[in-house]
Structures are given as structure tokens and as C-alpha cells.
Design a protein. Structure first.
Length: 321
């Protein structure tokens, strides 16, 4: 099995804090001020770029503000070999900005989106043949919060003939109705072949439940495997057969974890598109172990999409995807 990937969701601009970097330090008064680096981001866009850099043919489906930043985002995707034919431009709004600051290496986000430039993908996107024929259709993150884009994703999942993957990437400060939000999460989770949660996702969306209970409940549906990440701790892979803790690929220094989860997902869906769903737990474990090498490279530098490694870098690090 080999084919193209469709990643659906937000593309935005990350303003990433670089205060404390040697390159940003100047006089004492300058060093006391926050410094930011503009970087292209948004979880599904990061995944699209990550999979493309690994060698997969990728289409990105999202809505872009018809402003200068929106045009630059689309140009960046095209430069990375990611198709934007499934995307739309929307006038009279501004591109969403995400301010990203850090506690140690862990990102803390503040979004400036009213209205959200990424929230206006039309449901008619599902009528495009690229969606139905994709080897993998991926989504996650902020699309769950936006009515029109959530409807578009739901329609795309209903027509997709290939593998479906989902990463909730919960942003608690942006959720106003937790009951409706959980309903939407459940709808997408129980249509997906693979789901990745962070421990923060589970603690925010399902505070009274353990990671084990959420993972096993997810596997009650069509989902074939679940991955739970825990920041700098080993990840846990669950399949119908068993669960396994897998250590991180801790070779390079950790500079910025902004793109860690997206790099992991990009590598997994790249492998799913190339090889199909693994036949057993060991196959999933092999996918995840290689994906963690990709994530390790990504976290050794700043940014989300701009930090995604190439296939050559991953091979040099010892992983053959």
C-alpha cells in the first residue's frame, strides 16, 4: 500500500519565545525583554510538512485568511511540496496568531483568533476525490472547536476510504462548552484507526479518568492502536493485544518541544501511507520507535513546521522509515 496523505485543520503563525537564547541576548535591558521568532505552525499543518519532508505526497486542507500572512503560509506549504488545492482563501479576516512561551522546554500557548482564519473550511471539501482516495486522512487540534471546519472534517472522515488518524491536541483555555467538545472528540475518536493523546489532553478533557482507561475505551471502537505521550517520559503504546512503554530517542539536546507530537504523528502516518496498518503490536511498536527518532530531531531545534526533519536526517540518525 502506498498513496497520498490528506491533513485537515489549522495553519497559523506561531510567535515563539526565544528569550534566553544566546542569539537573542544583548544588553541587560534587552535580555529582560521577551523576544519572539515568527514560525509557520498549526498542528495539522506541522503534520503535513513533517510527512512531506519524510517523502510522502501530501495535500493540506484548511482555510487561509486572504492577507499577506495567509499568502506566505500557502507559499511555504507549496515550497515544502505540500499541495494546497483542497484549501480555501477567506477575505476580511486576519491570520490567526499563536503566542508561544515556555516553562522549561514545554510550550504554553495564547491564541489570537476572532474569527479564526482556520475555521472556515467548507464541508463540500469532502466531495473532492483526493479525500476519498487518500491512503491516510489526518486531523486534530483546533478544528474540533470551529463549527464549519468540524463539519468539514466529519464529512471527510465519512467518505475517506483509507486510514483515518486523529490527535485531539486539547487547548483547554479555548473550550467554552466541554460537553459539546467531548461529544465532538468522541465522534472523531471512534472513527479513527489510530489516535494519539498527550497526557495533558487526557487530564484536560477527561479529568476523572486515567490514561489507561481512556486508551482501552478508545480501542472499543474501530481504533487499532493508541499512543499516549508524557512529555519527556516514555510513551505508551496500546493495541488490542497489549500495551508497551517505549523510551524516547534521547540523543540530541531538547531545545523546543513545540513540534514533538506533530513530528511523531507525521512519521506514523508516513509509515501508514507507505505500509498500511501493522498486522500486530510489534509492527505498531516498530512504527512508534522510528517516529520517536523523528521527534527527537525536531525537538533539538526551534519551531513546529520549520523544525521537521528530512528523510536524509532521519536515516542518518538510524531510522529507516
Amino acid at each position: 500500500m502506498s498513496g497520498h496523505i490528506v491533513s485537515i485543520g489549522e495553519a497559523l503563525v506561531d510567535m515563539i519565545e526565544t528569550t534566553g537564547d544566546s542569539a537573542s541576548e544583548g544588553t541587560h535591558s534587552q535580555a529582560a525583554q521577551p523576544h519572539y521568532m515568527a514560525a509557520w505552525g498549526g498542528s495539522p499543518m506541522n503534520v503535513a510538512v513533517g510527512a512531506a519532508r519524510l517523502g510522502s505526497p501530501v495535500e493540506f486542507a484548511g482555510s487561509f485568511a486572504a492577507d499577506a500572512l495567509g499568502a506566505k503560509l500557502k507559499a511555504f506549504l507549496s515550497e515544502q511540496g505540500v499541495g494546497v488545492d483542497l484549501s480555501v482563501d477567506v477575505g476580511e479576516i486576519n491570520t490567526t496568531i499563536a503566542m508561544t512561551s515556555f516553562v522549561n522546554a514545554e510550550p504554553q500557548y495564547a491564541f489570537y483568533a476572532a474569527p479564526a482564519s482556520y475555521g472556515l473550511l467548507p464541508p463540500a471539501t469532502a466531495n473532492r476525490r483526493q479525500v476519498a482516495s487518500a491512503a491516510v486522512v489526518h486531523t486534530g487540534s483546533l478544528v474540533v472547536l470551529e463549527d464549519m471546519t468540524f463539519e468539514a472534517v466529519s464529512e471527510c472522515f465519512s467518505v475517506a476510504e483509507g486510514i483515518k488518524t486523529f490527535d485531539p491536541n486539547v487547548r483547554p483555555k479555548m473550550v467554552s462548552d466541554w460537553d459539546e467538545y467531548r461529544r465532538r472528540l468522541g465522534f472523531l475518536i471512534h472513527q479513527s484507526d489510530f489516535v494519539k493523546y498527550s497526557i495533558e489532553d487526557i487530564e484536560a478533557a477527561y479529568p476523572a479518568q486515567s490514561a489507561d482507561s481512556i486508551a482501552w475505551a478508545t480501542l472499543d471502537g474501530p481504533t487499532q492502536a493508541v499512543l499516549v505521550t508524557r512529555g519527556g517520559e516514555p510513551v505508551t503504546l496500546y493495541s488490542h493485544e497489549q500495551q508497551t512503554d517505549i523510551p524516547l530517542h534521547g540523543v540530541l539536546p531538547v531545545i523546543d518541544t513545540t513540534g514533538a507530537g506533530d513530528a511523531t504523528m507525521a512519521a506514523i502516518i508516513h509509515q501508514l501511507a507507505a505500509h498500511g496498518v501493522p498486522a500486530d503490536h510489534q509492527g505498531w511498536q516498530d512504527f512508534v520507535s522510528k517516529a520517536l527518532v523523528v521527534a527527537g530531531i525536531c525537538t533539538s531545534r526551534r519551531g513546529g513546521a520549520i523544525a521537521m526533519p528530512s528523510a536524509e536526517e532521519v536515516i542518518a540518525a538510524g531510522a529507516h522509515l
